[in-house]
Design a protein around this ligand. Structure first.
Ligand SMILES: O=C(O)C(=O)C[C@H](O)C(=O)CO
Ligand SMILES: [Zn+2]
Length: 275
């Protein structure tokens, strides 16, 4: 496994960052090393952002930052397959995962195996500390709570698929889902928002070849941008907006952890208020 730690950054410090410092603090560039598991342990609500790209079965092991006997000893995890058809085994039970299907695994599960497949599955995951053990469950796109937002006229017509949220299944603090931008729409999360009670991570995928997304972050009146490629992720501190405009349409996974499980607890920022 490859792992790294990202410490929390104060907004006053982030304001002073040059491009490379911003990228080092908030952008995750390589989530899928071949036949390996990547883990980024963030100090934002201790959310772990990771990826698994198996060509042989890969087991999610504990690692030093956890000081735990096994990965989910004190944690829960949400896994979304962003590649071709795949399979994850949890304590001996197999869960087939098609593209964009999600698996929630509750605290206490001891063995998680990411399997390879002819269609090249890629497993993106978020894991957060958990106070109790909720049942492991697969969630398909059809089971998600789905909301359509925006319009083509404002270039932000998109479908939000809430997969691992408390209207679908119980979780301790994790919430995860997908947002798909319609053809011709490029803006996600516009109007933007902050939620000081939860941090968030965005993982961009299905970004067409040679296209990029300019991800906007920062306090609403101190915004900065990060150019993000396909299969890269951005850590969004609780004080930061998290929005993006692509050079085409694209899809992304959002994941959150923190004080509450209330997806709608957001402080909206009007486009005209931002600087
Ligand atoms: O396009 C959007 O709007 C989103 O996907 C918003 C995220 O789900 C989010 O930021 C939830 O807090
Ligand atoms: Zn948000």
């Amino acid at each position: 496994m490859k792992s790294e730690i990202r410490y929390a950054i104060h907004p006053d410090a982030a304001k002073t960052f040059q491009t490379q410092q911003l990228r080092d603090a908030f952008l995750i560039e390589e989530l899928f090393p071949e036949n390996n598991i990547y883990l980024c342990y963030t100090h934002y609500d201790r959310l772990i952002v990771g990826g698994a790209n198996p060509t042989t079965p890969l087991t999610l092991e504990t690692f030093d930052a956890l000081k735990a006997d096994f990965f989910l000893q004190r944690r829960e995890i949400g896994i979304i397959n962003v590649g071709g058809k795949g399979k994850v085994t949890v304590d001996g039970t197999d869960y087939a995962l098609e593209n964009k299907e999600a698996l929630y695994v509750g605290r206490g599960a001891k063995e998680i195996i990411f399997h390879p497949g002819a269609e090249k599955p890629l497993y993106y995951f978020n894991s957060a500390p958990a106070h109790t053990a909720y049942p492991t469950r697969k969630v398909s796109i059809g089971e998600a709570e789905t909301v359509v937002l925006g319009a083509l006229e404002t270039s932000n017509h998109r479908t939000i698929r809430k997969l691992l949220v408390n209207s679908v299944l119980p979780t301790c603090q994790l919430q995860m889902g997908l947002t798909e931008l319609n053809v011709g729409s490029v803006w996600n999360t516009m109007p933007a928002h902050v939620h000081d009670r939860r941090m968030e991570a965005y993982f961009y995928f299905d970004v067409p070849a040679n296209q990029v997304v300019s991800h906007f972050m920062g306090e609403p009146t101190e915004t900065r941008h990060l150019f993000v490629k396909n299969h890269q992720a951005v850590i969004s501190p609780p004080w930061s907006i998290h929005s993006g405009a692509g050079t085409s349409n694209y899809t992304f996974v959002w994941g959150m952890a923190g004080e509450n499980l209330d997806y709608s607890d957001m402080d909206a920022v009007a486009p005209t208020q931002m600087r």
